[in-house]
Design a binder for this molecule. Structure first.
Ligand code: 13P
Length: 248
C-alpha cells in the first residue's frame, strides 16, 4: 500500500518563536509516524524550516510560486528561489489564491509547470464553491481545474499531487462526508488515469476542516491518499493525531 501524505498549510500564520515551538512539539511525536508529512509555511520562514527541519522526516513547502522564472515581477518568489531553501512541495491554485488573487486555471497550470521544472512537487488544489455544488457543477468544476494542469504538464503529470478542497468546507467546520469526498476523489482518479499510467500511485489529498476527529474516516476512503490541513495543523497535538491516523 502506498504511504499517505499529510500536509499542513499554515496559511498566513506564525512567527519565528511560534514556529519553533510548534515544530519542536510536532517533531517530538514523529518517531511513530510512518506516513509522509510536510508543512507549507509563509515564504519568509522557509529559511527557518531549512535550519530546524534538516534531517527530519518532516518536509517543508511553500504556499505559492511565481508563474515567471525571473525578472521584473515585484513581490514574486520564483521556483528556483524556493528550491534554494530546500522546498519539497509547493501549493498551487489554493482556493484563497483563486478567490482573492483572481488566479485562473491557466495561471495555476503554469505555476505547476514552474514548480516541476525546479524539482518541486506542486500540490494542485481544486474544489467547488457552495453555489457550484448546489447547482450540480462539482464534477464539471474540478475536472476543468485539473484538465488545465494536465494539458500544460503532459507526461510530467504523474509527478504532481492533487488536493480536493471543497471551498465550502475550508475553515468553516463543515467537512465533506467521507462519501462525498470519495465520489470526487474517484472522479479525479479517473481523469488522471486517462492522462497517465501512473495515476494509481499518485496522491489525491482531501482538505477542508479535516481534524483530529474526522481524519481517520476520511483517510479510510479508497481514493483519499492523505490530507491538506489548515487550522488543525497549527496545533501540534491535533496534527500528530492526524499523522497517526494516516500511519495505520
Ligand atoms: P482548514 O483545515 O482550516 O479548513 O483549511 C483547509 C485548507 O484550506 C488547507 O489548504
Amino acid at each position: 500500500m502506498k504511504s499517505k501524505l499529510i500536509v499542513g498549510n499554515w496559511k498566513m500564520n506564525g512567527g519565528l518563536q511560534a514556529n519553533s515551538a510548534l515544530l519542536s512539539a510536532i517533531q517530538s511525536g514523529l518517531s511513530s509516524v510512518t506516513c509522509r508529512a510536510a508543512v507549507c509555511v509563509p515564504s519568509p520562514y522557509l529559511a527557518q524550516m531549512q535550519t530546524l527541519l534538516v534531517g527530519s522526516s518532516l518536509a517543508w513547502g511553500a504556499q505559492d510560486v511565481s508563474a515567471h522564472e525571473s525578472g521584473a515581477y515585484t513581490g514574486e518568489v520564483s521556483a528556483s528561489m524556493l528550491r534554494d531553501f530546500g522546498v519539497r512541495y509547493c501549493l498551487v491554485g489554493h482556493s484563497e489564491r483563486r478567490q482573492y488573487h483572481a488566479e485562473s486555471d491557466t495561471l495555476v497550470a503554469t505555476k505547476a509547470q514552474r514548480a516541476l521544472s525546479a524539482g518541486i512537487t506542486p500540490i494542485v488544489c481544486v474544489g467547488e464553491t457552495q453555489a457550484e455544488r448546489a447547482a450540480g457543477q462539482t464534477e464539471a468544476v474540478v475536472k476543468r481545474q485539473l484538465a488545465a494542469v494536465i494539458h500544460a504538464n503532459g507526461h510530467c503529470i504523474s509527478e504532481i499531487v492533487v488536493a480536493y478542497e471543497p471551498v465550502w468546507a475550508i475553515g468553516t467546520g463543515l467537512t465533506a462526508s467521507p462519501e462525498q469526498a470519495q465520489v470526487v476523489h474517484g472522479l479525479l482518479r479517473k481523469q488522471l488515469q486517462a492522462a497517465t499510467a501512473q495515476a494509481d500511485r499518485m496522491a489525491i489529498l482531501y482538505g477542508g476542516s479535516m481534524n483530529a476527529e474526522n481524519a481517520a474516516t476520511l483517510l479510510a476512503q479508497p481514493d483519499v491518499d492523505g490530507g491538506l490541513i489548515g487550522g488543525a495543523a497549527l496545533k501540534a497535538d491535533d496534527f500528530l493525531t492526524i499523522l497517526a491516523s494516516a500511519s495505520r
